[in-house]
Design a protein around this ligand. Structure first.
Ligand SMILES: NC(=O)c1ccc[n+]([C@@H]2O[C@H](COP(=O)([O-])OP(=O)(O)OC[C@H]3O[C@@H](n4cnc5c(N)ncnc54)[C@H](OP(=O)(O)O)[C@@H]3O)[C@@H](O)[C@H]2O)c1
Ligand SMILES: *[C@@H]1O[C@H](CO)[C@@H](O)[C@H](O)[C@H]1NC(C)=O
Ligand SMILES: *[C@@H]1O[C@H](CO)[C@@H](O)[C@H](O)[C@H]1NC(C)=O
Ligand SMILES: *[C@@H]1O[C@H](CO)[C@@H](O)[C@H](O)[C@H]1NC(C)=O
Length: 357
């Protein structure tokens, strides 16, 4: 990774403040009208955000407004969630805070990986959100589909993740060149394996700000999380409530919902908080950014308050021993690609049936 480049990106955008000098004094002297304060975007990704997958139609508008009302400053969206227009309605609502006061993430879908399509997909997302920039634009999966095949997922063998990354770098450069008026403030990745991360790290001039992947008490991947922290890449923990997402109900049908897990019930009792707060608080305590999804205002409020739950080193060690290494989100088979190579419960063509290398 090129440290100097990364620092200059993280250093933010310095706005030039043009100051005019009034030469005349006397009776016709007029005070300079103060220019409106130029809001600097919030400096780093906030530790808790609102997830937006499966929030449909008006529920997405309502959830976003509830999040604002309860002081959220971070939204995790994606073109693939099919609700960017409904989230956009909330962003343009008169009750919405100024754009610079919250962090907005979106993701490039697989069918738009061809370099010429990247700015088209990005502009569409911007226009649905009715905004001019994103705080973070992620490559949703390290998988390219052929464009314009409707709902069909046919792998595009000719578009590599590095081709797509280079096109995303152009959006990040545009942000800098325009002083934040247009573009992606940061770019990042999602659902990458170590080998795929390495491919990006070897070629990037603007390197990933964050990696969003599945991690929760049942799929902790602590070593992988630590690797990111050492490399200066933030970890965004998706599905932070493990198997609560109804989409995952068939993956491990006999496993109780994590909210009924005795370990977590005991931790919540000890900390006098809800089970969801304990689980999310653990995510924050291990320096991952958690993005719980809910369409219920009470839960939305409850989830942000997980910031106040603290964990001791001993507790963190104990929880680490309870890792189940179960992955709930893996479309590898349906897409016909290898995913999460080398990671816990990933597809791994190098493993034999008994798990030995
Ligand atoms: N990059 C990727 O590929 C990727 C993949 C998956 C997810 N994500 C992101 O991560 C976000 C979160 O993950 P997720 O949606 O899979 O699952 P999640 O946030 O772990 O769980 C969501 C489920 O938990 C329920 N819930 C939320 N808070 C609760 C509480 N306090 N008490 C009880 N139930 C609660 C929600 O129900 P209600 O809504 O009915 O309240 C919903 O059914 C997504 O929305 C998305 O933004 C990204
Ligand atoms: C888009 O945002 C601008 C302000 O930034 C606002 O004036 C306009 O009404 C919004 N458009 C829609 C369709 O909400
Ligand atoms: C995307 O929008 C920007 C800003 O409006 C514009 O300069 C650029 O040409 C657009 N790109 C495409 C491919 O539409
Ligand atoms: C537990 O939390 C509730 C609600 O936040 C509060 O009313 C109560 O006093 C707390 N109890 C203890 C023992 O801290």
């Amino acid at each position: 990774m090129k440290t100097s480049t990364l620092l200059s990106i993280l250093g933010g955008i310095s706005s030039t403040i043009a100051s005019k000098v009034h030469e005349k004094d006397g009776e016709d002297q007029k005070p300079i009208t103060p220019s409106p304060p130029k809001h600097e975007p919030i400096s780093a990704i906030p530790p808790v955000g609102l997830g937006l997958w499966n929030s449909k139609g008006k529920d997405a508008t309502k959830a976003t407004l509830s999040a604002f009302h309860n002081d959220y400053t971070h939204l995790d969206g994606a073109a693939a969630y099919g609700n960017e227009d409904y989230v956009g309605l909330a962003l343009s609502d008169k009750k919405a805070p100024p754009r610079s006061s919250y962090w907005l993430t979106s993701k490039l879908w697989n069918s738009m990986h061809q370099p010429k399509n990247v700015p088209i997909a990005f502009n569409k997302t911007l226009s649905e959100y009715n905004t001019t920039y994103l705080d973070l634009y992620l490559m949703h999966w390290p998988v390219a589909f052929l464009p314009d095949r409707g709902g069909r997922s046919i792998i595009d063998q000719d578009t590599s993740i590095t081709d797509t990354w280079a096109a995303m770098e152009v959006l990040a450069s545009a942000y800098k060149a325009s002083n934040g008026a247009y573009g992606a403030r940061h770019i990042g990745i999602s659902n990458f394996s170590p080998r795929q991360i390495d491919q990006i790290m070897k070629m990037c001039t603007i390197c990933p700000y964050a990696h969003e992947f599945e991690t929760h008490p049942y799929l902790q991947q602590q070593e992988f999380v630590n690797w990111h922290h050492r490399a200066g890449v933030k970890v965004i923990a998706y599905s932070p409530l493990a198997n609560i997402n109804p989409t995952y109900k068939d993956v491990m049908p006999d496993l109780k919902p994590i909210l009924e897990d005795q370990l977590w019930e005991a931790i919540a009792k000890k900390k006098n908080c809800t089970v969801a707060q304990a689980i999310l608080g653990w995510g924050v305590a291990r320096d991952t950014v958690v993005i719980p999804k809910s369409v219920h205002e009470k839960r939305i409020q409850e989830n942000l308050a997980s910031l106040n739950v603290k964990f001791s080193e001993e507790e963190l060690k104990e929880i680490n021993k309870q890792d189940k290494k179960i992955r709930f989100n893996n479309p590898s088979k349906s897409w016909g690609v290898e995913l999460f190579e080398g990671l816990d419960d990933g597809t791994n063509r190098f493993l034999t049936a008994d798990g030995e290398l």
